[in-house]
Design a protein around this ligand. Sequence first.
Ligand code: ADP
Length: 264
Amino acid sequence: ILHAYTAPFRGAGEERGAVIVLRDVTEQEREDRARRDFVANVSHEIRTPLTTIKSYIEALEDGAIESPNHARKFLSVIHTETDRMVRMVSDLLQLSRLDSGRESWKFTQHNLRELVQNACFRFAMQLQRREVSLAFEVPTTLTVNVDADKLDQVFDNLISNAIKYTQDGGRIRVIAYRPSGKFILVQVVDTGMGIPKEDLPQIFNRFYRVDKARSRVMGGTGLGLSIARQIVEAHGGQIQIDSEEGQGTAVSFTLPVATGGNGA
Ligand code: ADP
């Protein structure tokens, strides 16, 4: 779509004409539409838990509070939904900081194996409850120049997804190696439910989920992958997802090799 502005002019002599300025507004329209969709999505995503919370409060007011069993169950739903909403708003605030460039970054050199190991340990309890195994294979020699808090968040988002969408008894592996001199490849691979082919192109979009209900039950916000992508790209890396429905999923991202760091 082109917007054209024309302005007639008359020169000093007899010449006449018009100045035509052509501007491509396709990109701007796309951005406007994306912004409108985003606001609509946010409103919907926040209204859904609020509606749930409200209906449970009403049920308590209508008498459920007299039954300790019901009251406890209803309060627990209210608690879970409130937690998820808080998480969603925190994620949204972070995305807005990342979008606007207001996020502050502290890049320092870290041993990648230590970062991965710590990330895996954070999930020990959850893994035990779910009977899902998590193993990592990272050479001790890989050094990366990263904002460790942000990279932790990438690991947390990817590993928690792998756990959420993998059935009990499944296996998760975190692998890192240096396929070339320039970058390090990190992969989180699971043997879970996988993602249908038609959903893959949209999977990094904000709020995009294959199964909204499942994501919600699992406490998801639909923002984890978009945050992971923003953080990886801010480190100069790229992220991609490969998946086979019913077989499993592999999320791979690259990180530049720290200058002066060792490789394996
Ligand atoms: P959510 O909070 O819903 O997990 P994400 O942005 O982290 O949001 O992921 C978006 C969607 O991608 C998920 O709802 C799920 O459908 C799909 N997904 C992400 N990771 C995996 C995975 N490891 N296995 C299967 N599906 C996944």
